[in-house]
Design a protein around this ligand. Structure first.
Ligand code: OMD
Ligand code: FE2
Length: 430
């Protein structure tokens, strides 16, 4: 992973890129014969008739079309779960998981996926799953295609090189990657690597509306980077294609690389984004605003404002609110909240929530700062204060999240999480 990659800037742009000059047809998408003996293939991420603002498709020009592949056979991956049907029934208690240790032996990104929570149904294009990945080895001649959902990858430890059909992305902790549903990709690691994945069965992630914020701010489109076209030099030779399709994994072989796209154009593209570019907005007067001000990307549902998923970050920022309790308030919401921590401390749980850990506060499950955070924030002198060296995030969804059997029995569930609020004694002084 030594060579520096080049990118195309701009979320949702109509990009175009050639890895070999002249590979892109001019003036049309599907000429009788494509330049350089390439095959044209269309990959669509939205119905053909979806409104223009949400239509997604790219044309790829490749050495062989992706239809040249053997038949698929089932592949076991017992820790990868899909949709509400594969979740467990649990009491409405808050749940938290300690960081999962990385395995001693070799385990690649796909084998290392561990589903923690699920909702919805990919066949209905509704809902999501939150997975951890625990990877110690690279996918070499193996590619993954997820027909069930888009993959939002949030590295927590270790840099990843993600090779996709449209080119390569280098992604390190603090950055995120977004891989469109149905696009082949593989993940190479640089050492033991851990992180989170939001698998989105619903509408593709887009930038949130900005309303009164105006035309700039939060995640700016130019900071999303798509890859330039790239094809694998070692074309011939056995390649494994692993497809997630209808909640199961399937495996096929082909005698050439699927990373054989010499040129492409369109607006269906993978992206990387560095969260350091997020223009954070907060209170410069008093009170703690709703966390929706930290939305990076959103997958809308069919009801305006009720997201299938909001991807929200809690990045380094100044806290300046006067005469205010600055951490999150105590709350119970109709939306369900899965949280992770990439680095540092989260202000509502400075000690108990560890980088690589996770928490689930489901619909109407009360939560908020632990006793220690409450005591501190209620009495601290309110000078301007920089919350630094921190990055927490939330996958927030309108559909209740169900933990998997692995999440409940895999060993990282904290038995006494709710004790962190036990110290909130009655202080009523009439
Ligand atoms: O519960 C949490 O920690 C996430 C969160 C943060 C915040 O600032 C306001 C509401 C909220 O759910
Ligand atoms: Fe919350």
């Amino acid at each position: 992973m030594t060579n520096t990659l080049h990118y195309l800037a701009g979320f949702g742009n109509q990009h175009l890129s050639e890895a070999h000059p002249g590979a892109l047809p001019q003036g049309q998408n599907s000429p009788q014969q494509c330049p350089l003996g390439l095959y044209a293939e269309l990959i669509s991420g939205a119905a053909f008739t979806a409104p223009r603002h949400s239509n997604l498709r790219s044309w790829v020009y490749r050495r062989q079309p992706s239809v040249v592949v053997s038949g698929y056979a089932p592949l076991a991956q017992p820790w990868l779960k899909t949709g509400a049907a594969e979740g467990e029934t649990v009491a409405p208690d808050p749940l938290r998981w300690a960081p999962s240790p990385l395995p001693e032996g070799e385990q690649d990104f796909v084998a290392g996926l561990r589903t923690l929570v699920v909702n919805g149904d990919p066949d209905a294009h509704v809902g999501m799953a939150a997975h951890l990945y625990l990877a110690t080895s690279s996918m070499l001649r193996s590619a993954f295609v997820n027909a069930d959902g888009e993959m939002l990858i949030v590295p927590q430890q270790g840099a990843l090189r993600i090779t996709t059909e449209l080119g390569r992305l280098d992604v390190k902790p603090g950055e995120i990657a977004l891989i469109p549903r149905g696009l082949a990709f593989k993940v190479e690691v640089d050492g033991p690597s851990r992180g989170y994945v939001c698998e989105n069965y619903g509408a593709a992630m887009r930038l949130p509306e900005l309303g009164p914020i105006g035309s700039n701010g939060l995640a700016n489109p130019r900071d999303f980077l798509a890859p330039v076209a790239w094809f694998e030099a070692e074309n011939a030779g056995r390649y494994e294609i692993i497809k997630k399709f209808g909640g199961s994994l399937w495996r096929a072989e082909q005698d050439h690389t699927p990373f054989n796209v010499v040129a492409w154009h369109g607006n269906l593209a993978p992206y990387k984004y560095d969260t350091a570019h997020f223009m954070t907005i907060g209170s410069i007067s008093f009170d703690h605003p709703d966390p929706s001000i930290f939305t990076v990307l959103t997958s809308p549902s069919d009801t305006p404002g009720w997201a299938n998923i909001d991807f929200v970050i809690f990045p380094p920022r100044w806290m300046v609110a006067e005469h205010s309790f600055r951490p999150p308030w105590y709350h119970r919401n109709v939306m369900s909240e899965f949280m992770g921590l990439v680095l540092g401390q989260y202000d509502a749980k400075p000690e108990g929530f560890k980088p690589g850990g996770a928490s689930l506060h489901n619909a109407f499950v009360p939560h908020g700062p632990d006793s220690e955070a409450f005591a501190k924030a209620s009495t601290v002198e309110l000078a301007p204060h920089k919350l630094d060296h921190t990055l927490a995030f939330m996958f927030e969804t309108r559909y209740r999240l169900k933990p998997t059997a692995y999440a409940l029995q895999g060993g990282q569930l904290e038995a006494s999480y709710a004790d962190c609020w036990r110290g909130l004694a009655d202080q009523f002084k009439p």
